[in-house]
Ligand binder design. Structure first.
Ligand code: PEP
Ligand code: MN
Length: 352
């Protein structure tokens, strides 16, 4: 349930309403928007009578009940105002949000060694990326496949951050690793396979680095938003939703079905920003440019692209990785669409 206060309501009046609602055993949350203050009420609100709340103060404009199972992530919760996620990086603060320049995240699937990660970082930075991605802990289908270098790869990511000034995005697979990953990473990634690992979501919601939440490969949009709700409910409002392809019936030519319909759908449901990952979405480097361009045209806020200095030798996801030269060309192509939709800043992309 959402209590919308009239424009210009005094702090004292808002406090009075909040106190009253707390007295009813609720946990009101004050959300300050551009124009209005709203008070969010989540939990056992089904039995509450909106009229009774309305009577608490003449400063209450109206009381709205959110019928959807997701509350904090819903568009209504922020009165339709999109969330901007501001991430401090050595190169400046990068803002990921709906009306912001498109933010590009690029880098290898896995951090393999110092030379490759630094080379990739410098190349993707000069092409206009704002973040370097790279897995230290890798969720692999086979226990015999390369599992990532773990802690030592975190040191290499730190070196790449120092060398390039790029922000770092890397995956957390297990809650005990959160603290040490957060020392290096500017954004923590929850992978598709962990999207419904609720204990991980609660722990990651209880720390304050922004979170990139990938869509589970068989997750409905509602399940995905409910996973994001876990993170917000635990106290972290900074979640980016990343579509990375879902399982369709046909995997013969493309690894997954990249669901670009999430762009307009999520716009109508949530205030959270969206990222599209055409690399995992297609599984093939030659399909990545078309889907990246389509994502921008369809309104994505950010993109994740896998780039490797030598894809043929990559320890994971080589077939879907672009070379740095290919990435340079892609960024040129993307800039055409990005400019057409008024969301491209170059070279200092999205630096506030
Ligand atoms: C990745 O980003 O390398 C990854 C493993 O992604 P996903 O969780 O989407 O498969
Ligand atoms: Mn990968």
């Amino acid at each position: 349930m959402i209590v919308v206060m009239k424009v210009g309501t005094s702090e004292a009046e808002i406090e009075k309403v909040t106190q009253e609602l707390s007295g009813w055993g609720l946990s009101p949350e004050k959300i300050v928007g551009k124009h209005k203050v709203v008070i969010g009420l989540v939990g056992e609100t089904a039995a509450l009578d909106p009229l009774r709340i309305q009577e608490l103060s003449p400063a209450i404009e109206h009381v709205l009940s959110v019928e959807k199972p997701f509350k904090r992530v819903s568009l209504e919760y922020r009165q339709g105002e999109p969330t901007d996620i501001k991430v401090p990086t050595p190169n400046g603060t990068v803002t990921i949000g709906r009306n912001r320049p498109i933010v590009v995240v690029a880098g290898p699937c896995s951090v393999e060694n110092e030379e490759m990660i630094i080379e990739t970082a410098l190349r993707v930075k000069s092409a206009g990326a704002s973040f370097l991605r790279g897995g230290a802990y890798k969720p692999r289908t086979s226990p015999y496949a390369f599992q990532g270098h773990g802690e030592s790869a975190l040191e290499l990511l730190a070196a790449a951050r120092d060398a390039s000034g790029l922000g770092i995005i890397t995956e957390v697979m297990d809650s005990p690793d959160i603290a040490k990953i957060a020392e290096v990473a500017d954004v923590l990634q929850v992978g598709a396979r962990n999207m419904q690992n609720f204990s991980l979501l609660k722990k990651i919601g209880a720390q304050n680095k922004p979170v990139l939440l990938k869509r589970g490969m068989s997750a409905t949009i509602e399940e995905w938003l409910m996973a994001a709700e876990y993170i917000l409910a635990a106290g972290n409002p900074n979640v980016i939703l990343c579509e990375r392809g879902i399982r369709g019936f046909d995997r013969q030519y493309a690894r997954n079905t990249l669901d670009l319909s999430v762009l307009p759908v999520l716009r109508s449901l949530t205030h959270l920003p969206v990222m599209i990952d055409p690399s995992h979405g297609t599984g093939r480097s030659e399909y990545v440019p078309a889907m990246a361009m389509a994502s921008i045209a369809a309104g994505t806020d950010s993109l994740m692209i896998e780039v490797h200095p030598n894809p043929a030798k990559a320890l994971s996801d080589g077939p879907q990785s672009l070379t740095p030269d290919h990435f340079d060309r892609l960024m040129e192509e993307l800039s055409v669409i990005g400019k057409a939709v008024g969301r491209w800043e170059h070279p200092a992309m999205a630096i506030a």
